[in-house]
Design a protein around this ligand. Structure first.
Ligand code: KDG
Ligand code: MG
Length: 395
C-alpha cells in the first residue's frame, strides 16, 4: 500500500498537563491509497512550530512510498537529511511518521504491534509514575503526595528534588534535595522504587556531590545527572559514584545509543520512541542494550499515542526495567484522545490487543482540539519542569 497523505496536527487545550510542554501535542496522521489510517506522535517541547514544519518536509520522502517498507523509508530519509542526528526536528518527525507506518502495518495484518515484533514476554507492563508532584515544595508535600501515589498502586516513582538549581548546587540546595528524598523514602519504605531526575542540568562535580548525599536512600537510578553532551563529566561521575545512571530521552539515532552503551556510560537506557527514530530504530536500540545487559525504560512523557506504542514495545522487551508513565497525570483530554484505553492498574498497564499501536484515536476530539502551531511562552519556570516545583523552601 502506498502512503498518499501525511498530516501534522497540533492539539492543545486550556487544561494543563504536569509540565508546560505537556499542554500541547503533535499528532501525525498517515493515510494510504486504499484508505488505511495510522497515527504517530512527534515531540513538541519548545519547538512546536519548527517540528510542525519539519514534518511537512520529511513527508516529502515518505508520500508515494510503500508504507510497509519502514526500514527502506527510514534509511532513505537518513541519507537524504544529512544532519539527522543533529536535528531534533527531523528525528522526531521521522519517528512520528514511522510510528504511524507501523500502526498501519498492524491494521493491515490485523495484529497489535507486539505480534509484529516477536510477541509478548509479559502480559502487563510495569510502570513508574512521573508528573505526580506538581506544586510539591517542602519534604512534607513530597512525602504526603508520594503516599497517595503509592496507594494508587504505583511501586516506583520519579521526581526532580532539586528545585531551581542549575549547573551548580550549594550546601543549601543539597540539604533541601536530601530532605525531600529522605521524606519520600521514609514515606514509601525500603521496597518502593525512588528514581531521581536531574534533567541533565548539573556539572559533574555538583552531580557527584548529589550522588554522595542521596545514595544512602538507595535510588533505583539517577537520571541524566550531567548535561547530556558532557561525556567526560559523565565518565568522571561514573568513576566516582556507585549509583546507577539512566539516560536516553535526548538520543536521536541508533549510533548515539550505541555510543553510550558500548562505552559503559549507562545502566538504564531510556530511548524515546518519538525521538530516536520510531519503532524501526527503537527496536534496534533495545537489541544493542540487551547485548550489554543494559536495562530499558522507554522515556514516555508526552502523549497517549507515544504511550500506546511504548506499551506495545515494552511488552516485547526482555531487558525492560519499567515504563515511565504520566497517564494518571495527563490532562483528561489526553486520556480521552484514545478512549482511556491504557489505564494504569496496580502499577501496571495491560497490553491492548487492538491492531497497530493498540488504541483507537478519538477523531472527533482531534477536530475539537486542533489548533495552529504557536510558540510556547518561556517563563521563569522552564517548560520541562513539573509545574510549581521550580523553587526552594529553606529561607
Ligand atoms: O519525563 C522525563 O524524564 C523528563 O525529563 C521530562 C520531564 O520530566 C517531564 O516533562 C516533566 O517535567
Ligand atoms: Mg528525564
Amino acid at each position: 500500500m502506498k502512503i498518499s497523505e501525511i498530516e501534522p496536527i497540533v492539539l492543545s487545550s486550556k487544561e494543563k498537563g504536569a509540565a508546560t510542554w505537556a499542554s500541547s501535542m503533535i499528532l501525525v496522521k498517515v493515510v494510504t491509497n486504499n484508505g488505511l489510517v495510522g497515527y504517530g506522535e512527534a515531540v513538541p517541547t519548545l519547538r512546536v512550530i519548527s517540528v510542525f514544519n519539519a514534518i511537512k518536509q520529511v513527508s516529502k520522502a515518505y508520500v508515494g512510498k510503500e508504507v510497509e517498507d519502514v526500514e527502506k523509508n527510514y534509511h532513505e530519509w537518513y541519507k537524504q537529511d544529512f544532519y539527522l542526528s543533529r536535528s531534533f526536528e527531523s528525528a522526531t518527525s521521522v519517528s512520528a511518521i514511522d510510528i504511524a507506518s507501523w500502526d498501519i502495518l498492524g491494521k493491515e495484518f490485523g495484529a497489535p504491534l507486539y505480534k509484529l515484533l516477536g510477541g509478548k514476554v509479559r502480559d502487563r507492563v510495569p510502570v513508574y509514575a512521573n508528573g505526580w508532584y506538581s506544586d510539591c515544595v517542602t519534604p512534607l508535600d513530597f512525602a504526603e503526595r508520594s503516599k497517595e501515589v503509592h496507594a494508587r498502586g504505583y511501586n516506583a516513582m520519579k521526581f526532580d528534588p532539586f528545585g531551581n538549581y542549575f549547573n551548580w548546587i550549594d550546601e543549601k540546595g543539597l540539604r533541601e534535595s536530601e530532605e525531600r528524598v529522605k521524606a519520600v523514602r521514609e514515606a514509601l519504605g525500603e521496597d518502593a522504587g525512588v528514581l531521581i531526575e536531574h534533567h541533565g542540568r548539573f556539572n559533574s562535580k555538583s552531580s557527584q556531590l548529589i550522588a554522595k548525599r542521596l545514595e544512602k536512600y538507595n535510588p533505583l537510578f539517577m537520571e541524566e545527572p550531567v548535561h547530556h553532551e558532557d561525556v567526560d563529566g559523565l565518565r568522571e561521575y561514573r568513576s566516582r559514584t556507585k549509583v546507577r545512571v539512566a539516560l536516553g530521552e535526548r538520543l536521536v539515532s541508533l549510533k548515539e545509543a550505541y555510543f553510550y552503551v558500548s562505552e559503559g556510560l549507562v545502566d538504564v537506557l531510556q530511548p524515546d520512541i518519538t525521538n530516536i527514530g520510531g519503532v524501526t530504530v527503537a527496536k534496534k536500540v533495545v537489541d544493542v542494550a540487551e547485548a550489554r545487559d543494559v536495562e530499558i525504560a522507554f522515556h514516555n512523557a508526552f502523549g497517549p499515542v507515544q504511550n500506546a506504542v511504548s506499551v506495545q514495545l515494552s511488552s516485547t522487551v526482555n531487558n525492560l526495567l519499567s515504563l515511565e508513565n504520566f497517564y494518571d497525570w495527563f490532562p483528561q483530554w489526553k486520556r480521552d484522545l484514545v478512549y482511556n484505553a491504557t489505564p494504569v492498574e496496580g502499577g501496571h498497564v495491560k497490553v491492548p490487543e487492538k491492531p497497530g499501536i493498540g488504541v483507537e484515536v478519538n477523531e472527533k476530539l482531534v477536530d475539537e482540539l486542533k489548533t495552529s502551531p504557536e510558540a510556547l511562552e518561556v517563563k521563569e519556570e522552564p517548560v520541562w519542569v513539573v509545574g510549581g516545583t521550580w523553587k526552594g523552601y529553606l529561607k
